[in-house]
Design a protein. Structure first.
Length: 92
């Protein structure tokens, strides 16, 4: 069986967070680490048939405001990955 390597590129243009008082750089670093882990382990179901461009993900679960920067980044990455897995609303 031949396996063809696939390249997955996720470009998040902007994370808009309101009501959070965490260090944005630490949130961003934790977000990137967790989203990378999730994509490596589970892929991106919306892109199963090839390249896909998503303009916005909405309808994702709310996040508690009191999270640490690390935890906020992780939970945000999980919410985004859920959106890329077909949960929530996708604008293409």
């Amino acid at each position: 069986m031949e396996v063809n390597p696939r390249e997955i590129h996720v470009d998040v243009g902007e994370l808009a967070l309101t009501g959070f008082h965490a260090d944005p750089e630490r949130v961003s670093a934790a977000f990137e680490r967790e989203l990378t882990r999730l994509v490596r382990e589970h892929g991106i179901p919306l892109a199963a048939d090839g390249a896909v461009t998503v303009e916005a993900l909405t309808g994702l679960p709310p996040l508690p405001a009191g999270l640490s920067a690390r935890r906020l980044g992780q939970e945000l990455a999980r919410a985004v990955h859920q959106g890329l897995s077909g949960h929530g609303e996708v604008t293409r």
